[in-house]
Design a protein around this ligand. Structure first.
Ligand code: PMM
Length: 273
């Protein structure tokens, strides 16, 4: 299992894109990316999440061929070393190539809505699937943000995505409220504050990605390259509220924050530590 119930799963971020908002351009070269993936695992990442397309607001979509070219060699090398890899993509063809190369999971920020064939491909491989909440496409996602009750709406829409994935035959599912995906700071905060309710309502493990996101910068004024303290604070709160997995850039720092938050959650009897 990619997110078992007996630990908080640390998912380390490995972007092989030239334009991701925080680490874009640093790991474009496959060898450098593999070395970084190894480093993330050594620092305590249970899973390395490899991405070949930026989903930041306004990002341009790349073709499946480009995404596969960037990610497949990295997935194959890390999987061959026994490192659990998830592939961050919205495209079935990219997911299929990564699963064939040894990825254990697919991470789709669109919740299987962008390319529904991704659900079948993941089911056929018997792999795990992380489903994010996102309305529309990343390119225009911040243009027309509108929620009456963000928590209730995200629970409803993620619930529908989970149901479609179940019908397609995916057996291990993880839900992600999609922090920063078509949401303003107030929505991100409401989702984090309501995480316990979201987890209970959906009945599957929950992954949260807050690392270095802009709503944290809005709270403290820190630039993207100096937001790890904010990221660890938010990850700790998410874990205390019930998050089963956190997706992070600074794995070593997050591991320390999560160790404290997980112990406190256990003591509070909120959920499994
Ligand atoms: N955020 C980003 C990319 N992929 N996947 C999941 N499941 N959850 C997230 O919050 C998430 C994601 C944002 O981009 P980054 O890779 O530069 O952090």
């Amino acid at each position: 299992m990619i997110v078992p119930g007996d630990r908080v799963t640390l998912v380390g971020i490995l972007n092989t894109t030239p334009d991701s908002f925080s680490d874009g351009g640093r790991f474009e070269d496959a060898e450098a990316a593999v070395a970084r993936g190894r480093e993330l695992a050594t620092q305590g990442a249970h899973v390395v999440d490899v991405g070949g397309e930026s989903t930041r607001p306004g990002a341009r979509e790349v073709s499946a061929e480009v995404e596969i070219g960037r990610t497949r060699p990295v997935v194959a090398a890390l999987a061959a070393e026994g490192i659990a890899v998830s592939l961050d993509t919205r495209k079935a063809a990219v997911a299929e190539a990564a699963l064939a190369a040894g990825a254990a999971a697919v991470n789709d920020v669109s919740g299987g809505r962008h390319d529904p064939k991704l659900l079948e491909v993941t089911a056929a491989a018997g792999a795990a699937l992380i489903l994010g909440h996102l309305r529309g496409e990343p390119a225009g996602m911040q243009d027309a943000v509108a929620f009456d009750d963000v928590l209730a709406e995200v629970i409803d829409e993620l619930g529908a995505s989970l149901e479609r994935a179940r019908r397609a035959g995916v057996s291990e599912l993880v839900a992600d409220p999609g922090i920063g995906f078509g949401k303003h700071a107030e929505h991100n905060l409401a989702l984090l504050a309501g995480l316990t309710r979201l987890k209970r309502a959906l009945g599957v493990p929950v992954l949260v990605g807050v690392s270095r996101k802009s709503f944290l910068g809005q709270l403290t004024g820190s630039p993207v390259e100096d937001r790890d303290l904010e990221s660890h604070a938010a990850a700790a709160v998410a874990v205390f509220a019930g998050a089963d997995a956190v997706r992070v850039h600074d794995v070593a720092g997050a591991a320390r924050a999560v160790a404290v938050a997980g112990a406190l959650r256990g003591a509070a009897g909120n959920a499994t530590p």
